[in-house]
Ligand binder design. Structure first.
Ligand SMILES: Nc1ncnc2c1ncn2[C@@H]1O[C@H](COP(=O)(O)OP(=O)(O)OP(=O)(O)O)[C@@H](O)[C@H]1O
Length: 311
């Protein structure tokens, strides 16, 4: 288990983290989400003992990582995939890490196989692709067979097969009862991998909920409906209290009613339907709503607006 309590970190007077508290439970994959510069890496680095907090605590299995007798057996992290020596062969780097942490050399071969690096184990890691570097970083994190894993943007640079592999690996690690915290910018990926999400923006926690709670709490489920007479149907839905927007001559976007209710109103209004689709809020939509105000630099691209609002 990971426990972060009232954690703050200042860099030269600028707050990177402000009173951050959350816990990460074993047996689950927790997604750590937030815009660039939100404080995800800083939190992970403090957890791994690579930075000191200005105030507050960050513990792994009850105490700071450095206070565990064998830190690498307690927690493994992929923080910077390029942190291993580029001139060293992959196997040599892992052997050195195993040796300095009292781990058996045989474990090196196990993690090389587990991460699909067996065939390139005797190549220098400086020549690795970004994806292979990520796999090597994950191999290093798994070396001590730890109960707690922290992965900072693990799918960065991975091809689709690699992305699927990371997803399965995280799910497997959690199903073995381990604690898995994983940061990512890829919302569609997180939606398939995480059980819970912790969202951070400008150093403050914005949400800490199960994936289901998060999308339904921030959700704005709506119904897309195609109809023979959108004016009659739109007026009837609006009179019933729905928020109705016209998408084009034959389609409406309805908020406030579910698909069954829209179908009932269409039946009562004697309007024929050509489409009735319940659209659920995606993790990406929910995340964008939550963090919209937290992003320091936003692009000038605007979301396309429906052509006409029925009132
Ligand atoms: N060593 C440092 N010195 C000064 N400021 C830093 C340092 N490390 C991080 N920061 C600042 O702290 C804030 C949080 O950075 P952090 O890297 O934790 O964010 P992040 O959420 O991991 O972002 P990204 O997704 O871009 O990696 C940012 O404003 C960053 O500029």
């Amino acid at each position: 288990m990971i426990e972060i309590s009232h954690l703050s970190k200042d860099y030269g007077g600028k707050a990177a983290l402000s009173d951050v508290s959350f816990t990460v439970q074993p047996g689950q994959v927790t997604g750590f989400l937030g815009p660039n510069g939100a404080g995800k890496s800083t939190t992970m680095r403090i957890l791994m003992g690579l930075e000191t907090a200005s105030s507050g605590t960050a513990t792994i299995m009850g105490r700071p990582l450095a206070q565990h007798p064998a830190p690498l057996r307690t927690a493994g992290a992929l923080l910077d995939a390029r942190s291993l020596h580029p001139a060293r062969k992959a196997r040599t780097s892992l052997l050195a890490l195993a040796d300095s942490n009292g781990l058996p050399a045989q474990r090196v071969d196990e993690v090389l196989e587990l991460t699909g690096l067996g065939a390139v184990a005797d190549k220098r890691s400086g020549g690795f692709s970004l994806g292979m570097g990520q796999r090597l970083g994950i191999a290093a994190a798994l070396l001590g067979d730890p109960q707690v894993l922290l992965f900072d943007e693990p799918v960065n640079g991975l091809d689709p097969e690699g992305v699927t592999w990371v997803r399965r690996l995280c799910r497997d690690l959690a199903s073995q009862g381990r604690t898995v915290l994983i940061s990512s910018h890829l919302m569609s990926e997180m939606a398939q991998t995480a059980d819970r999400v912790v969202v951070i923006g400008r150093g403050r926690i914005l949400a800490d909920a199960s994936l289901e709670e998060f999308t339904s709490r921030l959700g704005e489920n709506h119904v897309l409906v195609g109809a023979s007479d959108t004016t009659a149907l739109g007026n009837a839905l609006h009179a019933g209290g729905a928020d109705v927007r016209r998408l084009d001559a034959n389609r409406l976007d309805v908020r406030g009613f579910d698909a069954a209710h829209v179908g009932r109103v269409a039946f009562e209004t004697q309007v024929m339907l050509s489409e009735l689709t319940q659209v659920k809020t995606s993790l990406e939509d929910a995340y964008l709503r939550l963090t919209a105000a937290e992003v320091e630099y936003r692009s000038g691209v605007q979301t396309p607006q429906p052509q006409e609002v029925l009132r």
